[in-house]
Each structure stands twice: as structure tokens, then as C-alpha cells.
Design a protein around this ligand. Structure first.
Ligand code: SAH
Ligand code: SF4
Length: 363
């Protein structure tokens, strides 16, 4: 706005229109004078909101979207809408409202017309980290998303579902395609836009990283008002196994990651999440669970563990864990006094579940 000779406060009006009112056309920015609107259109400006170009709907209500990026290329990213969430984003007790929410009914809350859902957002097109069990890895890194493209996915999905921020209970998880901490400025730029302009709470946001230590160190310096909750993709009980399935572990070991996480000043009752993808026969045995319990306890962090049964994908040679193995693993951690949740796979039938995002155009 300043560049085109407008006062700086016009930016506030513009941001309000894009992120609160979710307008998609300059002509809809009613706080701008008519002549300003006309001038912007004549000069070739547009509201570059990412567009949902394809929708895949799962039997369980999950929707996967192909979202057209704005990089001037034809690359799309994926975002996912999960009504009721997947058990992965709650349960750390950091949100006081959780207690009363637990009495609410599933999905749209009883009689109130309120919605609850979790939106999973992408940070990069593809990913360079190359975790062996993840389908996104197969794409390699195509490019980074801009802050506007990341926040824009959220705006597009909120708009599609008519979400009213403040009335509806929507969580965001930055767990889609890509590694947020390898696109740090755009990722945090998006969070700041969504918090300061969109009115969303960072306590209802969780970012997941494969363990990019310099990124975690930067994250530790973010002020609490704009800092999402943190999840670490642990996925193994020790460096030997982790190094096999996540090559990034050869650069930053579990101990280095934990050390960096310790620098994050958690809010009262906030916990760090350790995500753990269970790969049949690889990291899902009782001795692994015992090792994970020791590791989490030794870290001294207020933590919880989210178990995710591996979701299969073409060309990846792992096995889904046996149901008994998942339950035995869960019980071992619970018995060791560690809060542990099993993530529900959401939208597996449409390739929307964790680690399945790969711009698949098949439903
Ligand atoms: N790049 C970030 C966030 C995206 S991946 C990260 O790795 O943390 C989000 C989660 O999905 C991670 O915990 C990852 O370990 C998990 N995941 C990846 N592939 C998976 C698969 N095939 N099945 C289940 N979970 C998977
Ligand atoms: Fe990238 Fe996360 Fe997939 Fe690893 S699990 S390849 S970091 S998206």
C-alpha cells in the first residue's frame, strides 16, 4: 500500500478484508473508497487468494484439497479438513476450554450450530528431508511456499466451510506437505498473519518438525503470542533406528533435538508432542516402547506421545503394524505414566492421511 502511495493504515483494512472477511475480489473491499478500488483494478492488482481446484471427500467426512499455488507455476499443494480432528491436536491440557469441550457432542456441537474441525496445512511443495516411510518425500523439494500461500490455504478452507472464528473450534496443524522449519520465515509469517489478522489462536495451532535443530532454536525465541505448539517427529526409540528411517538424524541426533526443544519456554500446562509412526516390525516392539518411555522421561520435558499407525503408500516397503502391537505399545507408555494418544487415520481412502500427501489426483 505504501509503495503505491497509500497511507500505511490501508494495510490494516486490506488484511482485515482478506483474513477476517475473506473477500476474494478487490471490488468487495468495502472499507476502500470506490476510486481506490477502481484504481487497484486498473493497475492490475488482484487479491491473490489460493484457489481450491479439486476436492476429494472421504467416507469419514475428511476432505482433501488440491490448492493452486501462486508462484506463477502450476504447482498445487494439499490441505486437509478433518471434522472433529484426529485425536492428535488436543489432550495436552494447555487449553482450559478443553474440559467443557469434552462434554460437547461430536462434530457440530449440540444445538449450537458450532463446528469443530482440524485443518492440516502444507508448508512446501514436496519435501527434501527424505524420511523413508513418507510419500511426500518421493516428490523431492519442488519449492517453498510463501507466507501468503500457507495462510491462504487456511483462508480458503475456512471460507469453504463457512467457519466463524470465535464461534467455531478449529485447530490448525502445520503437518501437511513439507518441513516447516526448512521454510521458517514463510511458515512463521503465515502464523503471524493468521494470528494478528485472522484472529486465530496459536494455542490451537501445532507445528510438526522432523527435528531441524536451527529451526527449533529460532522457534524457541518466538513470543508466546504467536508461537504454535510444538510436535517432534520422533518415530524411533534410538539413533540407530531413527538414522535408518530418517536420514536427517545423522545430522541432528535425538539428543540434539531434545536439547533444542528444552529451550522453548512452554506455557503453563503446555506439552511437547512426540509423534511416533509405528512401522510394523521396525519400531513397534515392546522393547522399543520401553526405550521410548525412558527417553521421554529422561528428556525431562512435559510431553505426550502421539502414536500413528503407518499409512501405506505406493512404492514404500514398510508394513502397517498389527493392531495388538499398537495397543501394547500404547499401554507400555501409559503404564510408564506418559500421556499417550493413538491418532485416528483420517481419509486414508482418499490419500489424505499422514504421510500420504503427494499431489495424487486419484480420489
Ligand atoms: N515434515 C514435518 C511435518 C509433516 S509430516 C514432519 O515430518 O514432522 C507429519 C507427520 O506425519 C510426521 O510426524 C511424520 O512422521 C508422519 N508421517 C509421515 N509419513 C507417514 C505415513 N506414511 N504414515 C503415518 N505417518 C506418517
Ligand atoms: Fe518431509 Fe515430514 Fe515427510 Fe519427513 S515425514 S519427508 S520431514 S514431510
Amino acid at each position: 500500500m505504501v509503495e503505491i502511495g497509500e497511507p500505511r493504515w490501508r494495510w490494516g483494512q486490506l488484511a482485515e478484508a482478506i483474513y477476517r472477511q475473506r473477500i476474494a475480489e478487490i471490488s468487495e473491499i468495502t472499507t476502500f473508497t470506490k476510486s481506490l478500488r477502481q484504481r487497484l483494478v486498473v493497475e492490475g492488482w488482484s487479491v491473490g487468494r489460493p484457489e481450491i481446484v479439486q476436492v476429494f471427500r472421504s467416507a469419514d467426512g475428511t476432505e482433501r484439497y488440491l490448492v493452486q499455488g501462486q508462484g506463477g507455476d502450476d504447482l498445487t499443494v494439499e490441505a486437509v479438513w478433518m471434522p472433529e480432528g484426529d485425536n492428535g491436536e488436543t489432550g495436552d491440557g494447555s487449553d482450559g476450554r478443553e474440559v467443557s469441550d469434552a462434554r460437547d457432542s461430536e462434530g457440530a456441537e449440540a444445538g449450537s450450530g458450532r463446528q469443530r474441525a482440524t485443518i492440516c496445512v502444507s508448508n512446501q511443495v514436496g519435501c527434501a528431508v527424505n524420511c523413508q516411510f513418507c510419500l511426500t518425500a518421493k516428490l523431492g523439494l519442488q519449492r517453498n511456499l510463501s507466507a501468503g500461500e500457507i495462510a491462504g490455504q487456511v483462508v480458503a478452507v475456512l471460507d469453504r466451510h463457512g467457519v466463524e472464528v470465535g464461534r467455531d473450534r478449529v485447530n490448525l496443524v502445520f503437518m501437511g506437505m513439507g518441513e516447516p522449519f526448512l521454510n521458517y520465515d514463510s511458515f512463521m509469517g503465515a502464523v503471524r498473519l493468521l494470528v494478528t489478522e485472522g484472529g486465530l489462536s496459536p494455542r490451537r495451532m501445532t507445528v510438526s518438525t522432523s527435528g531441524i535443530v536451527p529451526g527449533i532454536e529460532r522457534f524457541a525465541h518466538e513470543p508466546a503470542e504467536v508461537r504454535p505448539k510444538l510436535a517432534i517427529s520422533l518415530n524411533a526409540p534410538n539413533d540407530a533406528i531413527r538414522g535408518e528411517i530418517m536420514p536427517i538424524n545423522r545430522k541432528w541426533t535425538i539428543e540434539a533435538v531434545v536439547e533444542a526443544v528444552r529451550r522453548v519456554q512452554l506455557r503453563p500446562r503446555e506439552r511437547v508432542t512426540f509423534e511416533y509412526v509405528l512401522l510394523g516390525g521396525v519400531n513397534d516392539r515392546p522393547e522399543h516402547a520401553a526405550e521410548v518411555a525412558r527417553l521421554v522421561r529422561k528428556s525431562g520435558l512435559p510431553a505426550k506421545v502421539n502414536l500413528i499407525a503407518w499409512n501405506p503408500g505406493p512404492g514404500i516397503a514398510y508394513d502397517t503394524p498389527q493392531a495388538e502391537a499398537v495397543e501394547t505399545f500404547r499401554r507400555a507408555l501409559a503404564d510408564a505414566g506418559i500421556p499417550v494418544y493413538i491418532r485416528k487415520p483420517r481419509g486414508r481412502d482418499i490419500y489424505a492421511a499422514c504421510g500420504q500427501l503427494k499431489r495424487t489426483v486419484e480420489g
